[in-house]
Design a protein around this ligand. Sequence first.
Ligand code: CA
Length: 241
Amino acid sequence: MKVISKTHVGMVRNNNEDSLLVREPYLFAVADGMGGYSAGEVASRETLKAFEAATYDLRHEKVSDPVEVLQGAFDKANLHTYKMAQKNNAYNGMGTTLTALYLPGDNTAYAAHVGDSRLYLYRNSILSQITKDHSYVADLLAKGKITDSEAFNHPKRNMLLQALGVEEEIKTDIIHFALEKGDILLLCSDGLSDMLRDVEIAGILEKMDFEEAAANLLEQSLDNGGKDNISLIMIYVEEDE
Ligand code: CA
């Protein structure tokens, strides 16, 4: 397995509200925080901290039901950040996305997800978005009210339907799927997927080798405006993982 992670403040923002978790070879996550002043940074960082603590068992022993552990870890991370937001005025209204990938080592992957950060799978030259954005625009798109292109340029594209830390309860999506040799998994924040269309991401993954592609995804996101913080974790499945 090869892993590369990158995060960049972008061309417009002054601070980076994205946080990454890279615990090879099992656990990877992207969190994209929101909130006034530094609250977004706090939300993503604190949520990842609580999430990592709650997934200790996944990394240290055989777990019979990873779905239950992931679901529980999302709930705990949500409550941790929610309580911080309630207790401290400076943190009122803060929240974060969380998209996590757990690789148990049996040639499968678990994605756990809330918000609009994304997990993509690139296999046999085809890029698929594994996670579904919990956003207003993704909903319109799913209902057929707007086109892909309208979604990409929609003024309300950053409006989330749920995030961690905002309410006491969340509904976490869990997706379990098989891995194949040669797969590339890409976790990213919307600072990347808002700047690059799926066809552009696929083009970069097609043309370049793994390291070059990771560098180029970041470069192209910056070249296309870099309007938000940009984060990515890329994993190359070399053999049975
Ligand atoms: Ca963002």
